[in-house]
Ligand binder design. Structure first.
Ligand code: SF4
Ligand code: SF4
Length: 334
């Protein structure tokens, strides 16, 4: 049975009130399910203090005190002095990060881990999010995650440490013990447990492990809710603003326009790609791609985001839809 058709119902636009700041695309890991395509080959700058504060204030202009900022990556702890400088500058202005996310790759010395957790506590961090799953633990020894979680809970308190995912943390699996076939089955099971979005690298490495559906299954599945009502944006180190978790789909650049201006731009419906997705979903993008020679994979697609990523990659290659379809990091590793 294919994915169910979404009932068409009116969805009111809901302005952004939380932002995930992608401090860098660099990451020591190269997780198969990474929706951003991050990895060791990604060469990008780290988001500057000034940019962070600008975006933060832009979000506050939209959401007031309800504004929430989540610092992530890539790996946010790839440059600890830069991350610390961001948190200190924000703190000096009375701004406190809702969450900082890490994969714990840096957690080798208990003393250093405690020291950093104490600094995060002094800077009023809301919550530390620690990645822990089958995909990450292919690259990071589980002991490092365990060390971070134990020390962070001790310093910050249980309620300020979120492990993602807790079920894996409670029952870790060593993927190096698995055969290639067992690994594929384990990835499949992990995806079915959490249904992570099939964009970025996940479209290449996870989607082919899943059940595929033909193109027409996705006809009529629009993205109005994801694009206009998720209440969330991501902003990358160059200022590219992605609606919700739609990596590689750019509303505009937050270095050039404020977030309220970009929200108005999104609502205006002026951009052909964004408007097509709002009204028709990725099935509508296929028609745009077909005029340029796009041919859908005969094997089908595992989800509408998988279809969207495949068509957008084709459109990126044509170079005709920049900057809405971009940046390069979301489509290719350096
Ligand atoms: S999922 Fe997280 S840890 Fe894995 S490659 Fe992407 S940013 Fe890095
Ligand atoms: S199909 Fe594309 S636009 Fe729609 S939610 Fe998925 S990634 Fe976003």
């Amino acid at each position: 049975m294919g994915p169910q058709q979404q009932p068409i119902k009116p969805i009111s636009p809901k302005p952004w009130k939380s932002a995930g700041l992608i401090l860098t695309y660099w990451c020591n890991c190269r997780c198969a399910f990474c929706y951003l395509n991050c990895g060791p080959k990604q060469r990008t700058s780290f988001m500057t203090v000034d940019d962070v504060l600008t975006y933060w204030k832009g979000l506050e202009a939209m959401a007031g005190p309800a504004a929430k900022v989540h610092l992530t990556g890539g790996e946010a702890f790839a440059n600890w002095p830069a991350l610390l400088a961001i948190l200190q500058a924000a703190h000096a202005q009375g701004l406190y990060a809702h969450e900082v996310e890490t994969n714990a790759f840096w957690c080798t010395e208990p003393h250093q881990v405690r020291q950093r957790c104490l600094q995060l506590n002094q800077l009023n961090l809301g919550r530390l999010v620690v990645s822990c799953d089958l995909y990450h633990q292919r690259y990071i020894p589980f002991e490092r995650v365990k060390m971070l979680v134990q020390i962070a809970k001790d310093v910050l308190g249980d309620h300020r440490v979120r492990v993602r995912w807790r079920d894996f943390f409670a029952n870790p699996v060593d993927i190096s013990d698995l055969s290639p076939q067992q690994s594929r089955q384990a990835y499949r099971r992990a995806w079915h447990s959490h249904h992570d979005r099939l964009t970025g690298r996940a479209a290449e490495e996870i989607a082919p492990l899943l059940e595929m559906h033909d193109l027409d299954t996705y006809a009529g599945q629009n993205c109005r809710k994801s694009l206009l009502a998720s209440r969330h944006v991501h902003i990358d180190p160059s200022g590219n603003v992605f609606p919700g978790a739609c990596s590689g789909l750019v509303v505009g650049n937050a270095r050039q326009n404020t977030l309220p201006q970009l929200w108005d731009l999104l609502l205006s419906g002026e951009d052909q790609i964004l408007q097509t997705l709002v009204q028709q979903g990725p099935h509508g993008l296929v028609s745009i791609g077909a005029q340029l020679g796009y041919q859908p994979d005969q094997d089908g697609f595992a989800s509408k985001c998988h279809l969207c990523t495949k068509v957008r990659r084709f459109l990126w290659d044509t170079g005709k839809f920049a900057p809405t379809i971009g940046p390069q990091q979301c489509y290719y590793e350096n």
